[in-house]
Design a protein. Structure first.
Length: 282
């Protein structure tokens, strides 16, 4: 690690601790061991579209994006090779894909580095039948998973605040303690604090209340990883989990809330591991 990167890690305990994260593979397997699989349906659909011969390339791409994301605490855009902070890990593989990428096509301003992912994105937006078939696939998968995990939406969710009892139940079961009306925290042995919150502003009747995730070190609480929903951090650590947010009923909504809470807890557990991470390929 170059001297300036080593100094940055030393100066910020959060960066030092998250450098222990073992990667997407162990995190995804631990999440799947809990019974969650919708992300796998998403990944398999992508692989089927791109072709099985592309599966190794796709998995390597997902692995490298996940590693860059965690080690830069979410402050990067791997597809655009943008880092808001000096990265602890920069993927030579992604650098090569970026160098080989052709001109960016409007309106796709931040396209994925793999061409087949861009083609899939285009197909979703331009082919209504493809989009509807894909939506139906995920709806069936969500329904089956909600049934398998015995998800109970109880009396339903009419207002945003109705999600709080579910969050209290899921967070408490995983050792997160209530910090305020809509925030829960867990402190790990390494000094990290993992915080889960929910945004209740705006339209009080809106179905989806974006979950907020924050990670910081007790010695430096203002230097934090701070994101909303699954499209940012969690969706890059385990690609496909954002599909949990595409709920169409109360039961699927509760499933999505539980899935994201459980995955965030898995991330906390894997960071506590001491598995060595790959050496920087920059």
């Amino acid at each position: 690690m170059p001297e300036d990167e080593a100094q940055l890690t030393k100066d910020h305990p959060l960066l030092r601790v998250v450098s222990k994260w073992p990667g997407r593979g162990p995190t995804q397997r631990a999440f799947e061991a809990l019974g969650f699989s919708l992300h796998s349906v998403w990944q398999n659909e992508i692989i089927e579209f791109c072709g099985e011969q592309q599966s190794d390339m796709l998995n390597r791409y997902w692995d490298e994006v996940a590693l860059e994301t965690m080690l830069s605490i979410g402050k990067c855009d791997s597809d655009m090779r943008y880092f808001a902070i000096q990265p602890q890990y920069r993927s030579a593989f992604l650098d090569e894909l970026f160098a080989a990428r052709g001109p960016i096509e409007p309106p796709y301003q931040s396209p994925p580095l793999l061409k087949c992912l861009l083609e899939h994105h285009k197909r979703v937006w331009t082919d209504r039948e493809f989009r509807e078939n894909r939506s139906a696939l995920f709806h069936r998968a969500r329904a089956a998973e909600a049934e398998r995990l015995a998800i109970d939406a109880k009396d339903g969710l009419k207002k945003k605040k109705d999600v709080i009892p579910f969050l209290e139940q899921f967070c408490s079961a995983l050792g997160f303690e209530g910090y305020s009306r809509n925030r829960w925290r867990k402190k790990t042995d390494s000094g990290l604090v993992f915080e889960i919150g929910v945004w209740l502003g705006g339209n009080m009747f809106r179905m989806w209340s974006p979950l907020k995730f924050r990670i910081f070190h007790v010695d430096e609480p203002k230097f934090a990883l701070d994101v909303e929903g699954a499209d940012g951090l969690l969706g890059r650590l385990v690609p496909g989990v954002a599909t949990y947010e595409g709920c169409s009923n109360d039961r699927e909504y509760v499933l999505g809330v539980r899935a994201l809470v459980e995955l965030f807890n898995v991330v906390a557990g894997t960071i506590e591991q001491t598995s060595p991470r790959p050496e920087s390929s920059s």
